[in-house]
Design a protein around this ligand. Sequence first.
Ligand code: APR
Length: 181
Amino acid sequence: MTQITLVEGDITQQEVDVVVNAANSSLLGGGGVDGAIHRKGGPEILADCRALRAGHYGKGLPTGRAVATTAGRLPARWVVHTVGPVYRAEEYEERAGLLASCYRESLRVSVELGARSMAFPAISAGIYGWPVEDAARIALTAVAEALADARGELEEVRFVLFGEATYETFEQVERELGQRS
Ligand code: APR
């Protein structure tokens, strides 16, 4: 049974097989989690991202999709980059589907890699403006549903929340969803 855990902290310090990056479609870095991962992980991650852009992802990584690279100097084996949707109330349904896809696709890629543990940030809940409570509900629901299908070797899916407010929101939503004992 794969454990879903919540921790408050910095995703670049998590000792897991896969760290999920809240990237943008360029795959060439940014702020927030993206900036932290590239800063701490070092140039090898960007080199892998450039190779992806020169190859299969010439036009960039589409929103809702996921792709793996080395984790460079991070205490992880891989970084799985995924591109969340920017929040836009007028297009809520379509974009909520894309956000759920980020979790599903990142899980699928990680299981294919043979990962036993993985860490997610709160995708789209920062610069991309998604309200944290709704982002948490989409995240926890998508991961629970995806784990019901293919869990492979995955023993732990860890949500790493930056700051107490985000952590408490995820904890509250997890309780509401009945996922927390
Ligand atoms: N560890 C864990 N979580 C973090 C960290 C960190 N080191 N740094 C930021 N966060 C949190 C934010 O507080 C937010 O809750 O990750 C969540 C996602 O925020 P962003 O990193 O801003 O990601 P997102 O909202 O998906 O926006 C993506 O921002 O950095 C750029 O290149 C990226 O264009 C893309 C956009």
